[in-house]
Design a protein around this ligand. Sequence first.
Ligand SMILES: [Zn+2]
Length: 529
Amino acid sequence: MAPMRHITFALSIALAALSTSTPTAQEKIDRDIQWKIRREATDNSQILRTLHFLTDVYGPRLTGSPNLKAAQDWVVKETTTWGLKNARLEPWTFGHPGWVNEKLSVHVTAPVKDSLVTEALAWTPGTNGPVTAQAVQLITPAQPTKEILTTFFADNSAKVKGKFVMVGAATEVRVTILTPQKRREDNEVRAQYDGTGPAGGFPGGGPAGPANPNVVPAAQVAEQLDMFLVTAGAAGRVNDAGREHGQIRAFNNRTFDVAKAVPTVVMRNEDYGRLARLMAGGANVELEMNIVNRTYPEGATAYNVVAEIPGTDKAQEVVMLGGHVDSWHSATGATDNAIGCATMLEAIRILNAIGVKPRRTIRVALWSGEEQGLLGSQAYVKEHFGMVENPKPEHANFAGYFNIDGGTGRARGMSVFGPADAAAILRQATRPFEDNGFFGVSATQSRRRGGTDSTSFNEAGLPGIGVSQDPIEYNSHTWHTNLDTYERIIEDDARQSAMVIAAAVYHLAMRDEMLPRIPKDKMPALPTP
Ligand SMILES: [Zn+2]
């Protein structure tokens, strides 16, 4: 591993030099169009209407679920009404059934009576009616070897049979003293995106400690624990949400197979802690659960949604914009990422409404399977473009993909995969939006997949453009939590993002040349997974 890190370091120095050198010629900015964009965005915003349908009407939008399919069908219908062309669903293979939680109630029935705040873990089974059973706590050994794990399961098999199993100690969540920053300071953002700072390079690979080959990897422990609870006949499982103020993040059973898990809920830390303290005090804690979950085999085929403004003299070249439309299931997924979809749909709606005739085709794409590992955008890039090492013909005609996925905060800057010139071009095109708090574009040369869908394009050697936003309450409250609802959206922020993105998309759709790319011989190698 060590020699690899040296190579990466040397490469990033070389690329940093490459990306801070060349000055860029003056870009022709269409001020008239930018004025029309601002006026349309201000006078006729459809952002809240789109948000309402994606969240209140169709949310949550878990990949493979009928809700998500209905949301996608609505987008096709709506964008067609707006006058966009070629609106359609493009299938990709998810390979797992869809899953929906329809009903959930969890109560403590002894030694006190109370309702408890929980969310179901996705792709786990329901209870088949109300089930009452004693609760037990199970603390799994840290970093177990195969032998330790086998002994642990054998010793605890009788203990969990017929019981609700609270897995793990209650997390001690400290009271937050310093509240997180909701908007970034202008000077800090300007310094990051004005092109004078260091280029965004490879993510730093910190030195990893020597791995003990006898330790069972955490993912395998989790999977074996699930199977143990099934075979030992546990009545259900309770996980601690481990967050403050009742926040719950509920993800999924990693196997996506309801037969490989017991009915499972994630409980708010306050309730989990209370039950754990009652048990520690010697009480016999009894819970009642009633969960209705359903699976949908047709979810094995999932979809991305696309719609276009066809280009004119360069119609075969494509500028894309989008974000993921799938969400987690414990809320309606407003900040992650209905608002991103509403913003990108608004940007292309504005361009269409003001009657632009773009030279290149402008295509909006809303992905699914993002939350399970960027699956929709990965499938799309593979299908349409291929990798830079093994490209399809469309790879050469790709003019950039703008992605937004950071909550409700307004766009403050962007990062483009490519040379410094690519960032400089976009910086000039967006400079008139400094009054919206947008302060520039930086370049990155990282092909590492992760975080969000723009990296599926970066990985392929294509100009993925990630929009960076004010945090507002994203990381502190709404991201992946049960609090991610319509109420958390700041319309004005999304409107300002839509304006600057529409202007940037239009610029790339009109300029004589596509964005400059990193030349093939200087393209960084694919990072090791
Ligand atoms: Zn997201």
